[in-house]
Design a protein around this ligand. Structure first.
Ligand SMILES: Cc1cc2nc3c(=O)[nH]c(=O)nc-3n(C[C@H](O)[C@H](O)[C@H](O)COP(=O)(O)O)c2cc1C
Length: 238
């Protein structure tokens, strides 16, 4: 038993701190073997899930025509998101998204992924049983909390093998359309996101910019001076 990852030689801490959102450095020309994806999924499924029911199903797509159709839904959903953000701004709502150079960089990177999504060798859509649109907080938290740890495990496992992904939720503006593309029984199934999977161009990723502990952590009690502002998400299921 080694504490280093099998392919990249990274330690557990390096894997945990350098598993980034990869968009521009996805190797679109190198095929991804099904066995590698399945190895990473077996690792993903070791994540905790409510009562160990494992009520998820993962759709893994390497068929080129289906990937093209998925990429079209994703592109249209970006349009939905931009329109929703614009409406929220026009209504004077404060956006949840920051502005400035860092956000511009992310936007360019997001656009790059939109333009190349159909070329990414494997697209993964984790789903879980049930619709939670009108569910109470316990049911929502239990449902989402039973799939998202596995998704993150999956991304970490990819990193240990020299692959990468990007956590994306944009297409959920058009969840029903994606369900039609993939044959997902939408009335009884929720999609958690869309995860493009490819080998990465190089494996030298660095920790991302994150806020200081002082801003994010309160010991013992929420202090009076930390008053979150109301924010507009501008999200709407189409
Ligand atoms: C819940 C969630 C939704 C996200 N949705 C998208 C998305 O739809 N498209 C995209 O390109 N990136 C998306 N991202 C990636 C974030 O932009 C990214 O995690 C963030 O900028 C920090 O970068 P890092 O992951 O490299 O540290 C999402 C991330 C999370 C956790």
């Amino acid at each position: 038993m080694t504490n280093q990852s099998p392919v990249t030689g990274l330690t557990a801490e390096e894997v945990l701190t350098t598993t980034r959102t990869v968009r521009r450095r996805l190797d679109l020309g190198r095929p991804v073997e099904r066995e590698v994806v399945e190895d990473c999924l077996r690792i993903a499924f070791q994540a905790p899930n409510g009562s160990n029911v494992q009520s998820y199903r993962w759709i893994v797509v390497d068929d080129p025509a289906t990937r093209r159709a998925m990429a079209e839904v994703y592109r249209a959903a970006l349009g939905d998101q931009l329109a929703a953000s614009e409406r929220a701004r026009a209504a004077g709502a404060r956006s949840v998204y920051p502005t400035g150079a860092a956000q511009d960089r992310i936007s360019r990177s997001v656009t790059h992924l939109v333009d190349h999504m159909h070329e990414v060798p494997v697209l993964v859509v984790p789903t879980f049983t049930g619709r939670f649109d009108a569910a109470g907080m316990f049911d929502q938290a239990s449902a989402w909390g039973s799939v998202l740890p596995a998704v993150w495990n999956f991304m970490l496992a990819l990193r240990t093998r020299g692959l990468g992904s990007a956590w994306t939720t944009l297409h959920l503006h058009r969840e029903r359309e994606m369900a039609e593309v993939l044959g997902i029984p939408h009335e009884h199934t929720t999609q958690a996101g869309l995860f493009p999977v490819a080998y990465t161009l190089g494996t030298d990723f660095r920790p991302g910019p994150r806020a200081d502990l002082e801003r994010l952590v309160h010991w013992n009690r929420w202090p009076n001076e930390d008053r979150p502002e109301a924010v507009a998400f501008g999200h709407k299921e189409g």
